[in-house]
Every structure is written in C-alpha cells, then in structure tokens.
Design a protein around this ligand. Structure first.
Ligand SMILES: [Zn+2]
Length: 319
C-alpha cells in the first residue's frame, strides 16, 4: 500500500461514511443480498410497505451500506468508496407495487410509491448510495404477477430497467417449482421466460436465476445452462430464498450456483443489521480500489484459488 493510500485509509477510518462507525477494509466479509416481494399496504409476511422500504434504504445508507449490482458481485467488481459495504437488492415475482406507471395531470409517470419510484428518488437525494436492484420477473404468470401487471407498459418497464442500471433476472415463466418437474419442463420454463423477456429487451443478457420457492431441479445443470425450444440459456448464478448473508465473492466459500439471500422483512432485517453492528469483523468493508482485495492479515487461506482477472489480494498490514 502506498503512503498516499495509507494516509487516505487513515482519514477514512477516522471519518467513515456518513453516520457509520469507522471500519477497516475487509473484503473477505459477507454481503447481504436482500429479497423483497410485494411492496404494498399493509405490511405482512410477503409485503413491505412503501414507507418501510424507504426506511430500509435510509437505515442501510446511514450504516454505510451502498447499492451494488448482483452482476458486479458475481464478477468480483466491487467499485465502492473505501469504508463502505456492498448490499444487493432483489425483487421477486414482478408484482404491481414493484414498478407502476400512473397518470399525473395527463402525464405518464412512475408511481413515487412503487419500488422503482422510491429507488429513483432515493438515488437522486443520495447519489453516493447508488441505484441498483435485480428484478426476478414472471413473464407468463397470471395476474397480478405478470410483468408488474400493466400489460400496456410491459415493454416500457423492462426497457426502463435495463437503461437505468437495474438488472432483470429469470424467475421461470410462471413460478414453477422446479423440483417437481422432469428435465424437459424445467428447461422449457427457463428458456421460455428468456424468450418473453427478450421480446422487449432483445440485447439484454440475463445472467442470474432465482429459484421459485428456493427449490432446485433434480440436477442443478438443468437450470444452469442448456437449450430448449431453440433458445439457449446460461446463468452465472442461482439464487436461493434464504440462508443469510452471502460469502464474499473473493472467498473460497463463494458458490455462485448456491447464493443465499436474506428475506427483507422486519425481523430478518433487524436481525442481520444488528448482527453486523455487533460483529463488524464479519462485514465486507471495501478498500476503495476495485483492483485490490484487501483482506485481514493471515487470511490468504480463505481466498478462493483464482481471483477475477486483474484483481490482486493485499493483506491489511500492507504485505
Ligand atoms: Zn418467487
């Protein structure tokens, strides 16, 4: 580590991100991938209210978390300011409250109380928080889960997501429990979802799959890659529906075919935010440089054997 970087590190450690405690870089720490379902009233097991979602963003921001795209995590490209922690937002099932257009004085606008509207407004007010999320959509589901439930705006919505830095993921055509079906149906569910999404965003590469109900097919390979009905698919990661924070993408334990998530409900959020407040050494803390992976002294044995191209590990004492 250069003298300049050492000085910057000392400064950041004394100041820290807004409102957060100062933490030393640890890029072997764990990363939360949060999993939201409905955004609506009232709050219940599968529903977060718009007010509570706003509050979640405020809490994450104040504690030094910053949004990152899931694809960047998978690629090991963590380009965040020193002292901050990546967090990933995911939204399953394309329910209406996630993305809704409304008429306002004759103008078509994004509902400020839907997830996309809330994320847009929050990012505008806090540009350093970032604007990222992955939407696991259901293009062939029945109402109200078919591509956010406004058929006339399906194309506009998917194109908006892709052109504004959000990600689209596969959640199968209509939420099939992949553990129940033989290989041809599993592959058909995955491939046909791609076909439907690509009608609206033909150039977009769908890189991740979230398992409906968290259930794997009998062979994970059926979900990872293949061809069905003339459509070829290939995923870089498969997401589960629970399991806690994910390992660092630089850790030996990082397995992109089994990525755990945290359900974004009050009890789980409070549990894990408190956990990382009380165990800051377990939390991924960025070193501010996407080309180096700063790890605790003596932790090289926990690194995965091959780091992403161009990335090099540095122990925290500078060796
Ligand atoms: Zn689902």
């Amino acid at each position: 580590m250069s003298a300049v970087r050492r000085a910057v590190l000392a400064l950041v450690l004394s100041a820290g991100p807004a409102g957060a405690q100062a933490l030393a870089p640890n890029e072997l720490g764990r990363v939360m991938i949060l999993e939201y379902h409905r955004l609506a009233e009232p709050e219940n097991r599968w529903t977060r209210t718009p007010a509570n979602f706003r509050h979640d963003l405020e809490t994450l921001y104040a504690k030094g978390y910053r949004l990152i795209g899931l694809n960047d995590v998978i690629d090991g490209q963590i380009a965040l300011p020193m002292g901050t922690t990546p967090v990933v937002l995911t939204f399953d099932d394309s329910s209406p409250g996630q993305f809704r257009y409304i008429d306002k004085d004759g103008q078509l606008v994004i509902d400020p109380d839907c997830a996309v509207g809330i994320l847009d407004a929050f990012a505008e007010a806090h540009p350093d928080f970032g604007r990222k999320a992955t939407f696991y959509v259901l293009p062939g589901a029945s109402k109200p889960n078919r591509l956010f439930n406004q058929p006339e705006y399906e194309a506009q919505k998917l194109q908006y997501l892709v052109s504004h830095g959000f990600e689209i993921g596969n959640h199968t055509l209509w939420h099939a429990n992949l553990g129940k079906y033989p290989e041809p149906i599993v592959r058909d569910q995955i491939a046909r979802a791609e076909v439907w999404i690509h009608r609206y965003v033909p150039q977009y590469r769908i890189r991740t799959l979230a398992l409906p109900h968290g259930v794997y097919p009998k062979q994970v390979a059926w979900a990872l890659h293949g061809t069905a009905g003339g459509t070829t698919y290939e995923y870089d990661a498969i997401l589960e529906v629970g399991g806690g924070p994910a390992p660092s993408p630089f850790a030996q334990s990082f397995d992109p075919t089994h990525l755990p998530r945290i359900q974004a409900i009050e009890s789980e959020l409070r549990h894990w935010l408190t956990h990382f407040d009380q165990n800051p050494g377990e939390r991924f803390i960025s070193d501010g440089d996407a080309a180096t992976v700063t790890i605790p002294a003596g932790a090289r044995g926990r690194l995965r054997p091959a780091l992403p191209p161009g990335v090099k590990a540095v122990e925290r004492d500078g060796t």
